[in-house]
Structure formats: C-alpha cells, structure tokens
Design a protein around this ligand. Sequence first.
Ligand code: GLN
Length: 478
Amino acid sequence: MDISSLKAWEMREKLLKKEISAVEILESHLNRIDSVEKDINAFITIDRDNALKASKEVDEKLARGESLGVLAGLPIGLKDNIMTKDLRTTCASKMLENFIPPFDATVVRNIRREDGIILGKTNLDEFAMGGSTETSYFGNTRNPRNLDVVPGGSSGGSAAGVAANELAISLGSDTGGSVRQPASYCGIVGIKPTYGMVSRYGVMPMSNSLDQVGQFGRDVKDAYLMLKGVSGFDPLDGTSSKKSGINFDLEGGSLKGLRIALPVEYRDLKVTGDEKIREMFDNTLKVFEREGAIIDYVSLPHLKYALETYYIISTAEVSTNLSRLDGIRYGYRTENYETLDELYTMSRTEAFGEEAKRRIMMGTYALSAGYQDEHYKKALKVRTLIKNDYDKTFKDYDVILSLTSPILPFPFDSIINSPVDMYKADLYTVPVNLAGLCAMSMPMGEIDGLPVGMQLTGNRFQESKIIRAGYAFEKVVK
Ligand code: GLN
C-alpha cells in the first residue's frame, strides 16, 4: 500500500487503529518527494529531521495510550509566508532569502497541538502576489496534473504538494483567491475561511483587511480536517473572532432544499474565456437541481466593480506592509550605497521582484495625497456596497455558486507578461475577500485533462453550510 496516496482522514484512521505508524506515513511522503519533487518544485524548504522527530513523538504518544489530536501524524506543508521558529521563511523573495523567524505563527502552534507533522515550507508568488507562482524567487512550481501548465497561485506550492501526494494536507493564504484558484487548477479542495476564523498572527501580511489562512486537501473532508485543526480564537490577533472555531458534523448536510443563488452579473458579463467551462458549470447545476437544490438567479449589482476595488485596496495595504522591508531591520541589504537614502533604495531595488515593485507603486499612488479620496476612499465605499449586496443575498440563500476561475490552468509564460489579464482571472474570488465571507473551491470535472473547480460561497461564519454542501455533492458525483 502506498500510504501517501490515501486521503489524510484515511491515514489518520489507520494510525489510530495502529494499522500504520506516523513514521511510516512520513516515510511514504518522503519517498514520494524523492521521486517527484525535482519535477514539481512544491517546496522551498523541506524539514526532514524535525518531521521525523515529530512523527516518532506521535508514535510514542499512541503507544502510551494518550489521545491524539485531529491532525495526528499528517505531513503538512506551510506556505512560506507563515512564520516558523528557527526554520527559514522566505515569502519566496530574495528580500527574505535567509530570514529565520524568532517565533511560530499561531497556526503552527495549533498544528503541533493537534499532533500534525510540519514537513516543509512551500513555494508561492513573491509575498503572495500573483496567480501562477511564477513570480517566486525560487523558480516555478509545476502542476502535478500536467507539468506544462501553472499550478495556480499564489499558494501554488501548497496546492501542488497535496495534489502530488508529497503532502497529506497544507495551508496557504488567501487574499483574493490564492487558495481557491490553485486548488481549482490542481484538482483539489481549497477553503478560504471567514475573515477572523483562523489566526493571522505570524503570517506575513499582504493586505491585512483581506488576508485569511486557507486549507488544502485532496477531498472535502481533508480540507475540513485541516481547518478544524487550525481555527479558533487567538488573543494575539486583533482581528480574530470569538465566533471562530469549527464544530459541526460533516455528515449533517444535504443538497435537498439547499438554496443556491447564481449572480446574474456573472452570467451576463460573458466573462468565461472558455465555453467548455461554461457548459460544465451548467451540467453541474443540473446535478444540484436533480438532488433537490433550489436554484435562482439573483442580482449583486456591485460585483462588477470588485476587481478594481480589490486591486486598489490590496495594493494600498501591500505598499504599507512592504515598507517594513527597508534593508535596515531585517532581510536583504545592498552593498552598493553611500548615503542612507541609497541604502533604502538600492536594497529594495535589488531584492524585490517586478510584481512586488508594481504593486508597491500602484498602492503608493492610490494612497498619495491628492489621489487618496479619488481612489482609496472611493474603493472603501464600493467595498461596503459589495458587502451589502452579499448580506442581502444571504438573507434568502445558503450558498452562492460560481466558477472559481474563468480560465483553465495555463502554460508557463503565457500570461505573466500581461499583468492585467492575470488580475482579471481573479474575478470570482476577490469579492469574497472584500466582504470577509467564506468560500470553498472543489473539483467539478476536467477539460482536456485539466481540472476545473467550482466555488461555493457562504455568509460569514457559515462554513458549515458550504463545507457540508460540498461534502454532499462529492458523494453524489463519486
Ligand atoms: N491573485 C490575487 C493577487 O494577485 C490573489 C493573491 C492572494 O490571494 N494572495 O492579488
């Protein structure tokens, strides 16, 4: 039996029944890494020794008859913008190439508490900005389903590692789709929880008002387990909610009577690049209908401004967040300077990639005196209108259904040089972050051998509705 090809929840069950050991689980993943990682490049850093030590400890606990946590013995990947004490955390940037954090993020502590095994740090777009993992300083990650196309991004390494069975489950961060979109491209499940559901303490911020730590799994139950293991109130994060924490029965859902809303704006905008994707979505709707779901078109009139709103607010926050990387306090420092100004300028010029610089410039512009009212403040107002549209919709519906991405996973170098086209692919995912909602991407089928995902969006702290619905759907199509 190749343990690494099991679902994470199956591995855990077998471990608890003592049919397999945590060390065996780890070894099967390490073997898998040895055979495929040279092609995939899911990792920036692999922490074999500590993973082995942690796995042995889990086996010892089990032998002593102690009870084990929900992530027991599962090899887990962390996007490399999640701080790990004494383990390099790079954000896939030359700026932090050698940065060793002095502390663990809360999610890391939660994983350890639940007996999960941290196997390594995964590749991403530099500082989580991008949709293909092509802006990483550490090279491209390839899509395990087809090595010629991108795995999506920005959490491409975490998605590819799970899809390639190098990891059982993993964490990413989702500011505008960076968990859901790579999940869709790699044919796995990705959850973006409600804002405030999972602690962001120790996660390098991209845009503080939009970021959430998200979860990957090879099926809905696996992603749910990952979420259960890391969610919960954290006094160290000022935006963590007392309502956070997952506690519901996965089996309790059904598609019968599920009230599904479809935004007419998505239908009318004709945004879908690929007609085959549209066709697949229509067929999926038929499955929901057949199972007794109630489906209606509804209007969310401000959705059409979501992309512009997102790219103003997110870049504004990026420009302030990245200002802390100045060559003085930590990170890269240039050798080419004489004055203090040159030290700042040259360190940032030499260490930030092109996309990071583009976002810093856009955000600085949006926040600058004279333009702030016209851009940033207006975007904040539109954000409220988008949120209101959702609030209204969720009075009558349980779930909003859409595609995750309007396009199929694309070949390397095909979009990266036209940034606006890359941004446009975020159409379905960014509004969820603007409104602080929860959403999940799960596989809907394949076109020309490439995975296609759909997105279930739920109201704030209504994870149970989308995850249970997804779980029920998965059973129907199996
Ligand atoms: N693709 C989006 C962007 O580039 C999403 C990023 C994210 O969610 N971290 O901003």
